[in-house]
Design a protein around this ligand. Structure first.
Ligand SMILES: Cc1cc2nc3c(=O)[nH]c(=O)nc-3n(C[C@H](O)[C@H](O)[C@H](O)COP(=O)(O)OP(=O)(O)OC[C@H]3O[C@@H](n4cnc5c(N)ncnc54)[C@H](O)[C@@H]3O)c2cc1C
Length: 393
């Protein structure tokens, strides 16, 4: 007969959140933390992420986490240890006339928090990013501190530092059931059971299935989002800023990549799916054609010779207000969730995982997370951003 292994805290899922929470728990003094991952570290949504970091958020809690997380990405080696592959490119945001006022208001808020976003003219923007056609754009914001990370390196850095601080990470260990016996939770896996008094559910889009094991219902849907890469005769420079095009219906973004390519993702437009395991990397020709149409308008010269060189898909876990669900499960102080990042969670991971870890340990979180509570929907406190419901809130 196998004896159950025990832990003080069990985390389920080793994406950027599970690993970030594990590191921050250990850093804040937790002992005997076990992280269970069904496959390999960083094999879920994080592996598919474009990992772009922007601070343009109209909801203050998001803005604070984006700014403070960016500071951690910028100084990751000293603060956490390891290399997240952060590349500072700057960030250009393009808006139609109707977003003029809210965008200016967000620029001012970003400035208050130390981000140098300024309105720039079309001519100035064209100097920063010479491929862009901008005659149809009414508002342009630019900050020099936006950029992107390597999501795998970031997650592995958190995992390694967590292990350095004593966390046990069990890969190829899917959680198949959880039994509640009062405060003791028995977490079942094919390689044996684990007992713990505290459990943190951080299984990304698969968290619903884990929550159902203990009767926790999580309000989010899963959607399949597509990314394509384009390459033309004219190399897309690696240091050109990320471009968020708010004039397009699905708010596409452009991000440089190695080898002179540009990666194009959609902010708001995805295909709903029931089961995240049904996800395939297949991207249909209709999507490539639609995105090509948008790119031919925004970068006509580049598009003349551009070809789609790669494509993939990844899952978004989308809550009703497109904002995260982070904190204790209602009515319990021993089961926590970190889920529902709605396609914009990577950039917030350093400080949300820190704040959740502090909250699990009964410490006052350095930064607020109470607005991300699961109860906000039933209490009429859903979060509303200036651009309506969507990934940029
Ligand atoms: C295409 C795409 C592009 C994106 N671009 C950006 C961007 O530019 N900027 C940004 O900020 N955000 C972006 N995001 C969002 C961001 O990447 C995610 O919000 C974030 O990575 C989610 O991390 P996670 O740890 O919650 O989930 P995941 O990375 O999905 O991790 C969950 C883990 O749980 C494991 N797991 C599942 N079930 C079990 C089980 N039963 N037992 C044990 N383990 C289990 C999985 O294997 C997985 O490793 C993007 C997302 C996608 C898909």
């Amino acid at each position: 007969m196998r004896t159950n292994r025990t832990a003080d805290i069990i985390i389920i899922g080793a994406g950027v959140y599970g690993c970030g929470i594990a590191y921050n728990l250990a850093k804040n003094g937790a002992n005997n933390v076990v992280l269970l991952e069904r496959k390999a570290i960083c094999s879920g949504g994080t592996a598919k992420s474009c990992a772009a970091s922007r601070t343009h958020y109209s909801i203050q809690t998001n803005l604070i986490h984006a700014v403070e997380s960016l500071k951690i990405f910028e100084n990751f080696g000293e603060i956490v240890g390891g290399d997240p592959g952060f590349r500072r490119t700057g960030y250009l945001i393009l808006g139609p006339e109707e977003y003029g006022e809210p965008m200016q208001a967000v620029f001012r808020r970003q400035n208050e928090y130390g981000i140098d976003t300024a309105t720039v003219s079309r001519e100035e923007a064209a100097q920063i990013h010479p491929l862009l056609y901008l005659d149809d754009v009414e508002v342009i914001g630019y900050d020099t501190r936006g950029g992107y990370c390597d999501p795998y390196l970031t997650t592995m850095s958190y995992a390694r530092r967590a292990q350095d601080l004593g966390v046990t990470i069990e890969t190829n260990t899917p959680v198949t059931g959880i039994r509640l016996n009062g405060r003791v939770k028995t977490v079942q896996t094919p390689s044996g059971d684990f007992e713990s008094s505290i459990v943190v559910l951080a299984a990304g889009p698969w968290t619903r299935a884990v929550g159902e094991m203990i009767g926790v219902e999580l309000p989010y849907v899963v959607s399949r989002h597509k990314v394509i890469t384009l390459k033309g005769d004219q190399p897309y420079q690696i240091d050109w800023p990320i471009v968020k095009d708010m004039t397009t219906p699905d708010k596409i973004y452009l991000r440089s990549d190695r080898g002179g390519t540009v990666l194009v993702g959609t902010g708001d437009h995805g295909d709903p799916i029931q089961d995240p395991d049904s996800l395939t990397d297949q991207v249909d020709q209709a999507h490539i054609s639609r995105i090509s149409g948008l790119i031919s308008r925004r970068m006509p010269e580049f598009f003349r010779t551009a070809e789609c060189t790669a494509s993939w898909t990844g899952p978004y876990d989308i809550t009703p207000d497109w904002n995260p669900l982070v904190g204790p499960v209602p009515g319990r102080d021993d089961i926590y969730v970190a889920v529902g990042f709605s396609g914009h969670g990577f950039k917030l991971a350093p400080t949300i995982s820190e704040a959740l870890a502090q909250s699990v340990l009964g410490l006052e979180p350095r930064l607020p997370i109470s607005e991300y509570s699961m109860t906000r929907f039933s209490q009429g406190e859903a979060l509303h951003g200036a651009y309506g419901i969507g990934s940029i809130s």
